[in-house]
Write a new protein. Structure first.
Length: 352
């Protein structure tokens, strides 16, 4: 027999067609197997027709169909759970591998950047050496120039040695010419320096006083902040304790409410169970009464029809064919049909 493909539910079919080609055959096989089963069971259940409360055979068939369809559902659930476990295990493996490649990339980047920086530092060795030698020469020139004047290093940093020699000799001559004038002004300078030193000392003392006052203010502010924090922590602890008490009260009230609801539910279920048992007992008694009436009616009908059956049986038995005139196939066929007619008539009489 040719297998007929089951039309999958729309919400399942829309997802199934999006699965990769490598999984399409497996997915379609499983889905066809499961949903073909659901269609078969639905068709079988639809064919069961319960005509009345006395139709016990149909009711039993429906209950058997219910149990068997439940077994089929549980079996299908195991298949779907197994497939989901396979997918989730693969997903976990892919997530772990993705983390591995990401972490490997990050470590590789750090290592290569460190290698690049190290290679760059070595590649610039000559540049660093030239810069260091130039800076050393410039510092030596700064030291020489500083003996005679304060000049920006840019003015002589890039001079040739000959140009710098002429430059430093000019500074030295100018410096020596100033020494005499500076000597004459030395006493005045010393006097001014002494006055300046006294002023500086007075300023230092004043600065020390101001510093101590600032430190004291900072200490007071810090103490005030500490006390304020202690008070804030205390208020926070009080607030947390109050909130905890409120929450505990709410939990207790909720538990009492749930216990009350549970007790009411249990009592309601007990009353419903008693009512159901009473209804079931009444239905059972009514069914027994109806069955007894039906059997009594059948028996009464049998008793009423008994004389008629006897007369009809005597009448049918009175039909006889005697000795057949000839013993041939046609005669045998007539006798067989005659006996078949009598058998049929007996059967119909018994069904009255």
């Amino acid at each position: 027999m040719e297998n007929k493909l089951t039309v999958l539910p729309n919400e399942v079919r829309e997802l199934a067609v999006k699965v990769s080609e490598s999984k399409q055959a497996e997915v379609q096989t499983v889905l066809q197997q499961i949903f073909t089963g659901t269609d078969d069971w639905e068709r079988q259940v639809d064919e069961i027709e319960v005509k009345s409360i006395n139709d016990t055979m149909s009711i039993q068939l429906a209950d058997v169909a219910r149990l068997n369809s439940k077994k089929a559902r549980l079996s299908a659930e195991k298949i779907f759970d197994s497939k989901r476990n396979e997918v989730q295990n693969l997903k976990a493996e892919f997530d772990l591998e993705d983390k591995l490649w990401l972490k490997a990339k990050q470590v590789m980047q750090l290592k290569f950047k460190a290698i690049e920086e190290k290679a760059e530092w070595k590649a610039n060795f000559a540049k660093r050496y030239e810069a260091e030698q130039k800076e050393l020469r410039t510092q030596q020139r700064i030291l020489s120039v500083s003996k005679y004047a304060e000049i920006n290093r840019i003015e002589f940093e890039n001079m040739s040695d000959e140009s710098f020699g002429s430059f430093i000799n000019g500074l030295k001559s100018t410096h020596e010419s100033k020494i005499e004038a500076e000597r004459i002004a030395e006493e005045l300078r010393v006097s001014k320096a002494k006055a300046e030193a006294e002023r500086i000392e007075a300023q230092r003392v004043e600065n020390e006083r101001l510093k101590k006052e600032a430190e004291e203010r900072e200490r007071q502010i810090s103490e005030e902040r500490r006390l304020a924090k202690i008070e804030a922590d205390k208020q926070e602890a009080i607030r947390l304790a109050e909130r905890k008490a409120i929450e505990e009260k709410q939990v207790k009230e909720r538990a009492e409410h749930e216990a009350k609801l549970k007790a009411e539910r249990i009592e309601r279920e007990r009353v419903e169970a008693e009512l159901k048992a009473k209804r079931d007992s009444e239905i059972k008694a009514e069914n027994a009464r109806l069955e007894a009436e039906r059997l009594a009616k059948i028996e009464a009908d049998k008793l009423a029809k008994a004389p008629i059956k006897n007369q009809l049986n005597l009448w049918v038995d009175s039909f006889t064919y005697g000795i057949p005139p000839t013993d041939n196939e046609a005669t045998k066929l007539i006798i067989e049909k005659f006996e078949a007619f009598k058998k049929w008539a007996k059967s119909e009489i018994n069904n009255l």
